[in-house]
Structures are given as C-alpha cells and as structure tokens.
Ligand binder design. Structure first.
Ligand SMILES: [Zn+2]
Length: 366
C-alpha cells in the first residue's frame, strides 16, 4: 500500500506559538513523539509552515530561502523525523494543525485517528498540489464535535434506519446557523461504521475545516444548493429504490394522493440532463447542483436527478430527512398506483398542502 501522507504544522502544533520569534519556540514532546511514531510506521511526513511567508510576500520559495536552514536545524534539534519541509499551505493531505476546529492536543487520540485515516483516505499523497483542482485536504481533529456535526450524523444514520440507502451510498449535510460551515458525510464510510468524528466540515467554498476523511463526492452539489437558497438548512441525497426508478425513467412523480400533497405541493420534478461537456472531474458536482437548483422550489423540496436519484432539502436536517422518507413512500405509491391513475384534484391537493404548510396551517399540535 502507498504510504499515507500526513502534513504537520510547526508553530502551535509541534511547538509553542511564538508570533514570529521562532527561536523561542518550545517543542511539544507529545506532538513530536506522535510524528516520529507515524514516520517509523511508514507514513510520509511533510512538515509545513507559514513561517516567513509574510516577509516573503506569500512566495513559498522566497520563504524557504529566508528561513529554510534555520527551521531545519530547529526541527533536527528537537529530534523530529520527517521526509520533507514545505513552506505555504498544503492541499491533498491529512493535516495535523492546531488551527483546525475541534483540535484538543490529545496525541493518543490523534494517533488513533491517523491510524484510521490510513485505510480510509487513499489518494491524498501529494500534499502541495499546484493544479487548480478543488482542495481535498482532510484534517485530523480530536475535539468534541459540535451540535451541527451531531445532527448531521443522526441524519445520516436515519437514512440507513429508514432503508433509504445501503452500504455507503447517499449522504446528508447541514449548514450552521451563521451559514459559514457545512457538515457532511465523509466519502465511502459505511453507515454502520460512521461516528461524529468522521463527519467532514467544510466552508461554503468547499475547503475542509475538520474531519479525518474526504467529504462525500456530492459535497459540491450540496454547496450549490446552500449558496442558491438561504432557506435551505439541510440537503439529503439517496438512491431510495422507488424514487430512483422515477429518476431512471426520467419521469416526474405525479401527485396522486394526499400522502404526496401533505408534503409536496405538486409533482416531483426531474432536473435537466447534463450535456457531455459538463462531465469534468472538477465541475461535475457543481453542474448537478445547478440543474437541481433550477428545478427546486420551496413548495416542492425534492428533485430527481435523471438516471441517478433524488436530492431533497429542508429547513433542518430532521425536516430534510423526513421529506426524503416521504418522497420514497409517495414514489412507491405512485409506481403501484400505475400510469392510468388520475392525479389528485387541484383543489384537494392545495387543501392538503395548505393544512400543513400554508400561512394558516392547522395540522398537528398548536
Ligand atoms: Zn448518488
């Protein structure tokens, strides 16, 4: 197996933060022991730093000329074993950095997370990629997950519990109230192994802020929906069987009964097909998101992506999951009701939708 690359920050992580007076930095024995252990076990260690980057006007090569020799001598003096020292910001690596959220300096716990990341985060071996591909750096963070992460975890587990997904397919994300961070299921982690510490946290541009694994490959699609609709608080994607049948037939799900009208004000639309020119690795997820955004409305918070499956939204994680559960049920009912069925009358459809969602809704408890 290829070695896993860990990119380890210097100031604040391997040693104390000195605000530029690097000679005064005091090494952290626990951090250095962890790094040396990873090194000895065959991982690739890249030590990275933003030292001298200000004085070098952001040019990593100039920062290296200013401070490379001093920093290498300092690391050697502290007994740090590593493969490479790099100036600047890494991408495409697992980061160990004190400035990431949920970081507590529990080096034993961080070692366990690093071990887990070895098997589940292949392909992050080039820590300082220079292409303009979106960043995929992941973070080893040992702190307590916040409320959003917990809710997103519970939402993802609910998909499996309701039978909407198998193995690792599908994903739930949620956005923080300040709309600056999004928590989402990590890529390829099966639901029966998913824990809060696995959940990936991103900013709205897709940069990863926390989580040891890469985010779901559908993250760019989710982010488009958050950027497009300030009212969307959560996004759910599944391959739930009956809704996916309609997606594969490229047929909207007609509103045939009150189960449908209670939750969705009309038929579930199918997004437009993507043209072959949209199938680039970098932009595919965003293009899918744009096609969903065109078809999505507040009254019908679900869209079928043709040939793929449903994307469902809600104001909260719980509401989006509920919408996804109901969507699967109405798809089942519509499929078995058959193509000859008459749609619900406009009057009855509007009455049922208004009962739960209208300005004077009267369903449920006051
Ligand atoms: Zn999918």
């Amino acid at each position: 197996m290829d070695p896993t690359t860990f990119a380890v920050d210097i100031d604040g992580t391997l040693c104390t933060q000195t605000e530029g007076d690097y000679e005064r930095a005091v090494p952290d024995e626990g951090a250095i022991a962890l790094v040396n252990r990873l090194f000895d076990e065959g991982d690739r260690i890249v030590v990275y730093t933003s030292r001298y980057m200000g004085r070098a006007a952001g040019d990593p090569a100039a920062a290296e000329r200013l401070g490379g020799d001093f920093t290498r001598r300092q690391l050697d003096g502290w007994g740090v074993r590593y493969h490479e020292l790099r100036f600047g910001k890494p991408r495409f690596a697992l980061l160990i950095d004190d400035r990431t959220p949920f970081f507590r300096r529990d080096w034993g716990r961080i070692y366990e997370l690093c071990r887990a990341a070895r098997s589940t985060t292949p392909g992050v071996a080039a820590p300082f990629a220079t292409s303009d591909e979106p960043p995929t750096a992941a973070v080893v963070a040992d702190g307590p997950p916040d409320e959003l992460v917990e809710r997103v975890l519970r939402g993802n587990l609910a998909l499996a519990r309701h039978g909407l997904v198998i193995l690792s397919e599908g994903n739930v994300s949620g956005i923080a109230p300040d709309r600056r961070t999004v928590a989402i299921k990590p890529s390829g982690v099966p639901y029966d192994q998913l824990a809060a510490t696995d959940v990936a946290v991103l900013d709205l541009d897709g940069r990863q802020l926390a989580g040891p694994h890469r985010p779901s490959v559908d993250a760019p699609t989710h982010l488009v929906l958050y950027r497009s609709f300030p009212s969307v608080g959560a996004v759910v994607h599944t391959h739930s069987p009956h809704a996916t049948v309609f997606a594969q037939r490229r047929q909207p799900i007609p509103c045939l009964g009150t189960t449908h009208a209670d939750h969705f004000a009309g038929p579930i639309p199918v997004a437009r097909e993507l043209l072959s020119g949209h199938l680039s690795r970098e932009r595919y997820g965003e293009r899918v998101g744009e096609s969903i955004a065109e078809a999505l409305s507040p009254e019908v918070p679900a869209v079928l992506v043709p040939g793929h499956g449903p994307f469902v939204v809600g104001r909260t994680v719980e509401e989006a999951v509920e919408n996804a559960v109901v969507l699967e049920k109405v798809a089942f009912l519509a499929l078995h009701t058959g193509p000859a069925a008459t749609p619900l009358s406009d009057e009855l459809r509007e009455f049922h939708y208004a009962r739960r969602h209208g300005p004077e809704k009267w369903y449920g408890q006051k």
